[in-house]
Every structure is written in structure tokens, then in C-alpha cells.
Design a protein around this ligand. Structure first.
Ligand code: ATR
Length: 266
């Protein structure tokens, strides 16, 4: 008979739509690990943390709305997650719940698959949590940044923590940039006919964090201009890959996990 499995879970609200259980469980199965991954729904971070302290789970993925509010209850948070101001991963290390951020690793890894980052300039469209994680990741790689956001005051705030330029959404200011990243929900189902910008410079790399649809209008425009594109599954896949390693200590079966994401999305 098998020993009790090591358990991991995603916490969020609502959580029914989460692809994480399917992706992580497929990874465990592929490697023959005696692990199991669940979805737990908590409306508040306090409820979540109280329950997490009672359960001896190995690790948690943290999603909306807990990424920032859960931080106040964690005794240890790694320094990059502190800089970003958000935690998307918690690992139970000898009974202590430690916070990490793998979102930025996911974004950077997916960008690095198509472009080297040395001496590059990137525009981040949006100034919310995802923009913050990606911004810190790119700054870490020495990329020169411009933050553009509908609400300029929020662009200014993020730009000041990243020591970079900012503006409102303005395609005229992005002509000399190598990388353009959409972190806003524009273009997401059911508004697939929308794009945050319609004028994209030739030859740059364009990433969209929206993955529903897989090819957003922004990415279609970019392809027509001969740009390389990165779909939203890149960031999601590689943040999960990094979590898998933190939870199990093993390299994740990336192709299997990617296949499950594509199946879930179709
Ligand atoms: P997340 O944490 O997932 O990044 P968020 O914090 O809600 O989400 O941020 C969403 C981002 O998308 C914000 O930058 C937001 O712009 P504002 O700061 O002006 O609100 C941007 N956004 C959302 N809807 C938008 C729209 N219709 N047009 C332009 N920007 C939009």
C-alpha cells in the first residue's frame, strides 16, 4: 500500500477555474511522485493562513485575491518577493511557512526563450501586480524600462520603485523599444476584439500575459509586423515549473505540464 501522499494546494477565491491542480498533478504523475495537489477556496487570507497552519501540507500556490494580503501573516518572505510586494508561492519548510514569488521567474524565462536581455529596452503596459513582478524581473536583468498605464499616477508609483520612465498609454513613445509586454486584461475573452495598442514597431518582441484566447489581437497585430510573440501561457507555465521544483525538489516535466495547459485551455 502507498504511504500517504505529500500534499500541495492552490489557495484563492474563486478557485474553480484554476488550472494549477491539473498541471501540478500531471507533473507528479509523470515523475511517479507520491504527491497530490488540491484546490482550496478561502475568501480571506486570515482564514487561509489559519487553515494552512493546521494542515501539514508541503506547499501552496497563492492566487487572487491573496497574493499581497497573505504576506502579513508569513514569518519569512524571500527578498525578491518582498521587493515585488507579492507572494504567489508558500513552502512549508520544517513547519515554517516561507513566501516566494515565482511569477517574475516565469515571465523572464518565457521572454528569454526568444530574446537575450542584455542592453535591451522594454515597455510594460499596465501598472498592477503582474506589471510589478515583471518589472522587477526585467530590472534585475539590467533591462531599461518604460511603464505606460491608463492611470498615469499608478505608472509613476511603479516607475519610482523601479527607477525608470513612465507615461500614459502612448504608442508614439515606444518606437525604439525591443520588447513590449501587455499586463492589462485588455484582449481577454469576451473582449477578444480589443488591443491595448494597435501600432507596434517592426521587429520587436511582444508578450501578452492574457492566455484566453491564446493568440490575442495584440499578438496577431505583432505577427503581421514580423514581430516574435510570446503567449500568456509562457508566464503561467514557468511560474508553475518553478513552484514544482520548490515543492518537490525535482525538475518539472515541462512538456507534460505545457500539454496539460493547452488541453485545459482548449
Ligand atoms: P494584476 O494584479 O493582475 O496585474 P491589476 O492590479 O488589477 O491586475 O492591474 C490591472 C492593470 O490593467 C492596471 O494597470 C489597469 O490600469 P489602471 O491602473 O488605469 O486601472 C489596467 N487596465 C485594466 N483595464 C484597463 C482598460 N480597460 N484600459 C486600460 N488599462 C486597463
Amino acid at each position: 500500500m502507498k504511504n500517504n501522499p505529500t500534499i500541495c494546494a492552490v489557495i484563492g477565491y474563486p478557485i474553480g477555474h484554476s488550472m494549477s491542480p491539473a498541471v501540478h498533478n500531471a507533473g507528479y504523475e509523470e515523475l511517479g511522485l507520491n504527491y497530490s495537489y488540491k484546490a482550496l477556496e478561502f475568501q480571506s487570507s486570515l482564514l487561509a493562513i489559519n487553515e494552512m497552519k493546521k494542515r501539514n501540507y508541503r506547499g501552496y500556490s497563492v492566487t487572487i485575491p491573496h497574493k499581497v494580503s497573505i504576506m502579513q501573516y508569513l514569518k519569512k518572505i524571500n527578498s525578491v518577493a518582498l521587493d515585488i510586494g507579492a507572494v504567489n508561492t508558500i513552502v512549508n519548510e520544517n513547519g515554517i511557512l516561507n513566501g516566494y514569488n515565482t511569477d517574475f521567474i516565469g515571465a523572464i524565462r518565457s521572454i528569454k526563450e526568444v530574446i537575450t536581455l542584455k542592453d535591451k529596452k522594454a515597455v510594460i503596459l499596465g501598472a498592477g501586480g503582474a506589471a510589478r513582478a515583471i518589472g522587477f524581473g526585467l530590472k534585475n536583468e539590467g533591462v531599461e524600462l518604460l511603464i505606460q498605464n491608463r492611470t498615469v499616477e499608478k505608472a509613476k508609483l511603479l516607475a519610482s520603485s523601479l527607477s525608470c520612465n513612465y507615461s500614459g498609454i502612448n504608442p508614439n513613445l515606444i518606437k525604439n523599444y525591443d520588447i513590449i509586454i501587455n499586463t492589462t486584461p485588455i484582449g481577454m475573452y469576451p473582449n477578444e476584439d480589443m488591443s491595448i495598442i494597435n501600432d507596434i514597431p517592426k521587429g520587436c518582441v511582444v508578450q501578452d500575459i492574457v492566455y484566453n484566447p491564446l493568440e490575442t489581437k495584440l499578438l496577431r497585430i505583432a505577427k503581421k509586423k514580423g514581430c516574435k510573440t510570446i503567449s500568456g501561457i509562457g508566464m503561467f507555465l514557468y511560474q508553475a515549473v518553478e513552484q514544482f521544483k520548490l515543492f518537490t525538489g525535482r525538475e518539472a516535466p515541462i512538456e507534460k505540464m505545457k500539454q496539460v495547459i493547452l488541453e485545459e485551455l482548449s
